[in-house]
Ligand binder design. Structure first.
Ligand SMILES: Nc1ncnc2c1ncn2[C@@H]1O[C@H](COP(=O)(O)OP(=O)(O)OP(=O)(O)O)[C@@H](O)[C@H]1O
Ligand SMILES: [Mg+2]
Length: 132
């Protein structure tokens, strides 16, 4: 079974739907409850950023099978202003929106692989992977 779903991320309700899809996918792939909760929490943070800073976008939820390993990959993409200094944005406590500045760093800690691609003026793509 292969999972590959792309969902809109424009409203708070979209975040609920993304969370549900990520949870269901993690269950389907056999992730335990702690692993499910980690990836769902990371998804929430990234979806919230997509809306708050990226002006909305999409989330892709994909299952992976590589060399016998099973993984879940999430990609959040927007066409917003981008992130000028990615290293700075990843620092605990850095926020330009009056948040706690813990979303990106938290999502990174909750993932096995984490990547940000961003060009100022063009948008942002954050990809996380959790392996079982
Ligand atoms: N998709 C994005 N597009 C543009 N800037 C972003 C995006 N995601 C994050 N950022 C920038 O990175 C900063 C840090 O993001 P992070 O999620 O860590 O903290 P926060 O959203 O400000 O607060 P918190 O998530 O703790 O409520 C943001 O304040 C914002 O400046
Ligand atoms: Mg955030």
């Amino acid at each position: 079974m292969t999972i590959d779903e792309t969902l809109p991320v424009r409203s708070s309700n979209d975040i609920v739907v993304v969370r549900q899809m990520v949870r269901a996918s993690a269950v389907q792939l056999g992730f335990n409850l702690v692993e499910q909760t980690k990836i769902v929490t990371a998804a929430s943070e990234l979806a919230r950023n997509t809306i708050d800073y990226g002006g909305g976008g999409v989330a892709r939820v994909q299952s992976l099978r590589q060399a016998g390993r099973i993984g879940l990959r999430l990609t959040f993409e927007d066409k917003g202003p981008g992130i000028a200094d990615i290293e700075l944005a990843l620092k605990d406590g850095y926020t330009t929106g009056g948040g706690l500045g813990l979303g990106l760093s938290g999502a990174k800690r909750l993932s096995n692989e984490f990547a940000i691609e961003s060009r100022p003026g063009e948008g942002t793509r954050v990809t996380i992977t959790r392996w079982k």
